[in-house]
Design a protein around this ligand. Structure first.
Ligand code: OGA
Ligand code: MN
Length: 286
């Protein structure tokens, strides 16, 4: 059966159906998926049921796996597959089985606090809360946000470099081995330009990473805060976003360098379990 592609009614996102991803994927199918991922930035598959080895095998079609960043607990969630991550609120025998808990995950891109951040992430839902319990995930198109940026903000962001905080995750938890940031001029993390140019297409995108503890190098703190606040307010407007309401068996693959994502909090009495991979990037941001 061949892949069926349907663009979602949003400024990014496409659904691909007609394929059981637990089975090996042909090179022409990999290319089709990659093309949709490059153009639509978020690819949604439904009704999948991948074991960890199958998730790894599917992910490797798109490049080398990038292991998870440090989590608050200092050890990997899947002993047999440390190259995968778990996103979950479930606690078993007093120990969280995954990261990010049940609260909001603020807008972010993944691991932009390293020099060469992952280019793609895959998130596969195994268990999800009922629809009314929350836990939706949102994606924002940073190519569209750049294009629509008012001229004065484009000018203010041009050639500016920001530091991307490594100390806390998107749920606001301190990662193991990091100190809380007290002064943004001392934030530890990679330095990247606020505006990124996609090497293959030449398209420009806002590259914001995450708001907490960010700092625009060379500016007074108040000026840096004002510029970042203005860019973030612009970039996360609903007109640039897609809302994903999860069902068990979804697999989402996003373009980590051209989208931001965030997650709604959800009812702590419900279970949400997702297994996750990411693909190594091959570019410094410029
Ligand atoms: C992630 C992430 C949000 C969610 O996997 O990188 O931010 O919906 N997940 O759990
Ligand atoms: Mn994330």
């Amino acid at each position: 059966m061949s892949l069926v592609i349907k663009n979602l009614d949003a400024p990014l996102g496409a659904e691909i159906s007609g394929r059981d991803l637990s089975k090996p994927i042909a090179p022409n199918e990999v290319k089709t998926i990659e093309d949709v991922w490059r153009e639509r930035l978020v690819v949604v598959f439904h009704d999948q049921k991948l074991s960890d080895p199958q998730l790894i095998a599917f992910s490797k079609n798109f490049g080398e796996l990038d292991p998870p960043g440090p989590n608050p607990y200092g050890e990997s969630f899947l002993k047999d597959h440390p190259e995968l991550n778990v996103i979950s609120n479930v606690v078993e025998n007093g120990k969280p089985i995954g990261n990010l808990g049940d609260g909001e995950a603020v807008w972010h891109a993944d691991m932009t606090y390293v020099e060469v951040p992952p280019k793609a992430a895959m998130l596969h839902s195994l268990e999800v809360p009922p629809p009314e319990a929350g836990g939706n995930t949102y994606f924002a198109n940073m190519l569209a946000a750049y294009e629509a940026l008012p001229a004065e903000l484009k000018e203010a962001a041009k050639d500016k470099i920001a530091v991307h905080d490594a100390s806390t995750n998107s749920a606001g938890m301190l990662r193991k081995g990091y100190k809380a940031v007290k002064d943004v001029r001392e934030t530890v993390g990679a330095h990247h330009p606020l505006i990124r140019t996609e090497p293959t297409t030449g398209r420009k995108a806002l590259f914001l990473g995450r708001r907490p503890n960010a700092y625009v190098l060379g500016l007074e703190v108040s000026k840096s805060e004002a510029l970042l606040d203005a860019l973030w307010a612009h970039a996360t407007q609903p007109r640039f976003t897609l809302c994903h309401r999860w069902k068990a068996g979804d697999l989402l693959m996003w373009n980590n360098l051209s989208v931001l994502h965030r997650r709604d909090p959800f009812d702590p009495k419900t279970r949400r379990v997702m297994h996750r991979s990411q693909i190594k990037g091959n570019e410094r941001i410029h």
